[in-house]
Design a protein around this ligand. Structure first.
Ligand SMILES: Nc1ncnc2c1ncn2[C@@H]1O[C@H](COP(=O)(O)OP(=O)(O)OP(=O)(O)O)[C@@H](O)[C@H]1O
Ligand SMILES: [Mg+2]
Length: 414
């Protein structure tokens, strides 16, 4: 099981010293070892890098085919799982009736669909493609139609914005094991930069270093002109704020209202600030709701509102779309876009290739503690087997990233 899940290298490690994705693989492994007949998984790939997610799903498919295992999988990232599913049960919520059927049937009408399906609907393909491979077979006519158009490039990586944070030759080690090995990076105002890379590549470590939670062994980090590890929390929070991989880590009061009051006090801003921000991002959540009882998306939004209350010029998010449904994800995307438009710097560590395609203008890829790519989103992701969004894979070698880009081009054509 350790081999299948790629865990051999970390076999002797204590669980607390594993990255988020490594921990998720341990959890999957622990249920597989009991050889169950039915395996129920709640978002099993949410913390996995795209390659690891594919491997885990392929392993599960093999167990289904060879051993007759039944797998029930709850998942928001449909682009990862739809191609493996025999049947889908769509639970719309709000007391609406459940829709169940074969994958093809449900995808034909589902309001939630992965980009390949949406592209298929846009192009009028029938039957609808469920995988990139299905879609590529049909895409030649669409590709022809798109030839005269150029993808509207998101404002390419800004080289002119004010530098907000700089890293020079930064090395971070955990008890002798190097997690970052000489990272050079500048983050600027108005940019949305995505930080990608395999599980354990050092993404969370890099974000922690930017807020002074870990101290580099060598090299230099400055954020807003200060060295994070030597700067008091109250000063630092005006330059940079981190929404952690587990947003609950920021929440310790017993109601939304109390949480927001604390945030206003900590930031030294007039009371009501944080609550107003939260209301804008997640409307109509009752004041007395316990943070524990919020949905995943609401909890993330509350953590984001708390961090934003101190008005940092740089905001860091670690895996912000874990557990978010499509609606919550869309609201997060528009919030991040407007923050960047207001001149904030946004730096997000994520495995969500579709989020990156939608929101970021620059992508930095970490591999084993080193930066292996840094450039405009399309330049970095289109040619990458791991990080390309579905639309890019279907329409390659053309450089389209999202269904919305394609739709816009077709509209201007007609
Ligand atoms: N407290 C710790 N002690 C020892 N090693 C650690 C500790 N935290 C992380 N590591 C190791 O450092 C490396 C980088 O971890 P990090 O959490 O930064 O990865 P990541 O890119 O965020 O991964 P993921 O995508 O899984 O969240 C990994 O090899 C991890 O196992
Ligand atoms: Mg991480």
């Amino acid at each position: 099981t350790l081999d299948v899940l790629g865990l051999s290298a970390v076999r002797q490690r204590p669980l607390a010293a594993l990255s988020g994705g490594e921990q998720q693989r341990v959890a999957i492994g622990s249920v597989l070892t009991t050889h169950p007949r039915v395996l129920v998984l709640d978002e099993p790939t949410s913390a996995l890098d795209p390659q690891a997610a594919e491997e885990v799903l392929a392993t599960l498919t093999r167990l289904v085919h060879d051993l007759g295992l039944t797998v029930v999988l709850a998942e928001h990232r449909l682009e990862r799982v739809v191609q493996y599913a025999d049947r889908i049960v769509l639970v719309p919520g709000d007391g609406e009736p459940v829709v169940a059927g074969t994958t093809e049937e449900v995808m034909a009408t589902s309001p939630l669909a992965p980009p390949v399906v949406e592209l298929g609907r846009l192009a009028g393909w029938s039957p609808l493609p469920l995988s990139v491979r299905d879609a590529r077979r049909r895409a030649s006519v669409l590709r022809e139609r798109l030839v005269p158009h150029r993808p509207t490039q998101k404002a390419a990586a800004a080289t002119s914005g004010t530098p907000l944070a700089q890293l020079r030759a930064v090395v971070v080690s955990y008890r002798g094991i190097a997690a970052l090995r000489g990272v050079d990076l500048t983050l600027r105002a108005g940019e949305v930069v995505a930080l990608m890379g395999r599980n354990g590549a050092g993404k969370s470590t890099l974000l922690s270093a930017l807020v002074g939670l870990v101290t580099p062994a060598s090299g230099r980090i400055t954020v807003g002109g200060q060295v994070p590890a030597d700067t008091g929390v109250r000063t630092l929070m005006r330059s940079v704020g981190l929404v952690p991989q587990e947003p609950g880590d920021l929440l310790y009061a017993d109601s939304v209202a109390a949480e927001c009051r604390l945030a206003d006090e900590d930031a030294g801003v007039p009371s009501g600030n944080c609550r107003a921000l939260f209301e804008r991002l997640a409307p109509a959540v009752p004041d007395d709701r316990h943070p524990r009882d919020l949905s995943e998306g609401q909890r993330l939004t509350l953590a984001l509102a708390i961090v934003l209350t101190a008005r940092p010029s740089l905001i860091l998010l670690d895996e912000p779309t874990r557990g978010l449904d499509y609606g919550a994800k869309r609201r997060l995307i528009s919030a991040l876009r407007s923050l960047a438009a207001e001149g904030l710097g946004v730096f997000l560590a994520t495995h969500d290739v579709e989020l990156v395609a939608e929101v970021s203008n620059r992508v930095v890829v970490l591999g084993d503690g080193e930066i292996v790519a840094d450039g405009a989103t399309a330049d970095v992701v289109v040619a990458s087997p791991a990080f390309a969004p579905q639309v890019a894979k279907v329409l390659a070698p053309q450089r389209w990233l999202t269904v919305a880009d394609v739709a816009t081009a077709l509209e201007t054509a007609s």
